[in-house]
Design a protein around this ligand. Structure first.
Ligand code: ZN
Length: 140
């Protein structure tokens, strides 16, 4: 059985070296669909649930929304993105260093890994960068 909950967060980013407009610093209101897969809980207050949507919300908020929302998310391995991050950090502005280029594809992998590490039985992360463009990662 699978359940899905949808979240949103706002982040700024850039794709240094991109051959189009995404090389510029810009932002998205991301929509994030988290799907978890598990058997149904058999007894007690959560009987008949894969997990309580409220518990799913708590984990995703702590693990993803809090670090990503209103942050400049950047590739720590990129010199220019790191320079911008250092400037922002000097002004006490929120940044999030990632070990990969911040494409929708890579962000879905990053978010999947964070949720898995938090113990969530996540089976799919679908990240909408715009209302018509998304990347989906299913752990492989
Ligand atoms: Zn973008």
């Amino acid at each position: 059985m699978k359940i899905t909950k949808i979240f949103t967060f706002d982040s700024s980013h850039m794709l240094d070296g991109h051959d189009g407009k995404c090389q510029n610093l810009h932002g998205h209101t991301y929509s994030l669909e988290i799907t978890v897969s598990d058997g149904l809980i058999e007894a007690g207050a959560k009987a008949g649930m894969v997990m309580d949507f409220a518990d799913l919300k708590t984990i995703v908020k702590q693990t993803v929304i809090e670090p990503f929302d209103h942050a400049f998310i950047y590739h720590g391995g990129n010199a220019r993105e790191s320079q911008i991050a250092a400037l922002l950090e000097g002004w006490q502005m929120k940044t999030l260093r990632l070990n990969r280029r911040t494409t929708a594809e890579n962000l879905s992998v990053e978010i999947f890994g964070r949720l898995k590490s938090a113990g969530l039985p996540v089976c799919s992360v679908k990240l909408w960068e715009t209302p018509t463009s998304c990347a989906e990662y299913e752990g492989n």
